[in-house]
Design a protein around this ligand. Sequence first.
Ligand code: NAD
Length: 500
Amino acid sequence: MPESYLNHINGQWVPAVSGQTMDSLNPARTDEIIGIIPRSSTEDVDRAVTAARSAFDRWRLTPAPIRGEILYAAAEVFKREKNRLGRLVTMEMGKVLSEGLGDAQEAIDMAYYMAGEGRRLSGETVHSELRDKDMKSIRVPKGVFGLITPWNFPIAIPAWKVCAALICGNTLVFKPSSYTGVCATEFVRVLIEAGLPPGVPNLVHGTGPEVGTPLVDHPEVDAVSFTGSWVVGSQIEAGLGRNHKEVATEMGGKNAIIVLNDADLDLAVEGAVWGGFGTTGQRCTAASRIVLQAGIHDQFVKAFKAKAAALVLGDGLLPETDVGPLAHWDQLEKVSQYVQVGIKEGATLVLGGKICRDGACATGYFYTPTIFVDVQPQMTIAQEEIFGPVVSVIKVQDLGEAIEVVNGVRYGLSSAIYTRDVNAAATAERDLDTGLVYINASTIGAEIHLPFGGTKATGLGPREAGGRGGSLDHYTKWKVIYRDFSGKLQKAQIDTQKPT
Ligand code: NAD
């Protein structure tokens, strides 16, 4: 009998007010229910937001280093639970075990990193124009956050958001993807075990329209952090803008690897296979376009195709598996449709292009690694995010054309270039309009202590993760304090000017 999971509101584990539930399935074995999660609605959201609002003052007044100690304790529990959480990620979302463990590792890294921020949350102290006056800027929390996450990194992305929100002194209502509710619950259990007070983290399970919408629309929610598709994220941006609420969005990508004639081809092929088919192509940074300079095109395609064809599909828990299933049925359907569009628009299918139902694939949502060549930059498969194991190869004549192709999409998350020419690498680094640029490495594999996010339709607002310009800018607002200890009215220069 699968385990039943609950919402977490005001320190209590509770079912949805309606009593309704949803099943979370294993995409590699769709007859296996991983857990039963609540299907919540506006009333549950309301209770959670009320709890977060009541807990806010106490939490914001808890010294940041003490908040950091709780996050440090969470990091230790994540470490203890890493193997269990990693397996769960694989079972609920489908990625192979090494990547499932990586998802859990991100939570460990982020919790330690943000714990340290408890002793660093710094502003500026500068000198005044006047005697006997001092001034500083400090970071203060924004209040109650709504945090909305996708299914593709079911532990890592919640960790990015939750750890940053908490260290800054915010309280929160976390609404995970309904496809990965079990991982989300286990994630929150760790936070509770680490000692977070009631009402500080709240978890409400459910669908986007039934829980996400009332959460972002709730008048007591001060700000929202969203990671997911452009379709949903852009609607949220528009709604919050009208209500004058702050939002940070991290959305889609149409990432590309450039390979120049002088590149180390073996390295580039490896990078393309990993970027294109790692996590079954379901990474916001997946390399779904490979832009090849004409001189190495044929040789590269031959080697790329051979390596991709050798990938073993199957249950991500099995050691021999390279590529797991797509995460759910809609994904399988969407990928199949895009492949048909690619064929119709005249791209040449050289590998895959079908649902896999053989052997280890028979029980789940598997799609064969797929490569198109002769892809024109304006074709649908080269423009839209497919979010599956489908790679489009585009031929170009030179670096300038390659950069134009990479930049010629609405998204701007990640790009990469393989070359031995230092000048070409520097030019690409300067001119690629993406939030992340990799030199001689694939488009995936960001580290948590630098900001993560993209340009154009990929995102709005401060970036995720650490470092200057990272998520602390989203989870705090600035307050400037002027203190005059002269005992008399002193006017700043703005008010004391005489004609010259
Ligand atoms: P999605 O937009 O369908 O769902 C994301 C979350 O939003 C889920 O929790 C969902 O329930 C919720 N939601 C859906 N409709 C909503 C609504 N009307 N109001 C409020 N919330 C709503 O995305 P997904 O399929 O879960 O994830 C895949 C997408 O996420 C891809 O586009 C991928 O590129 C993107 N992604 C981006 C990043 C990044 O950092 N840029 C990282 C991971 C994933």
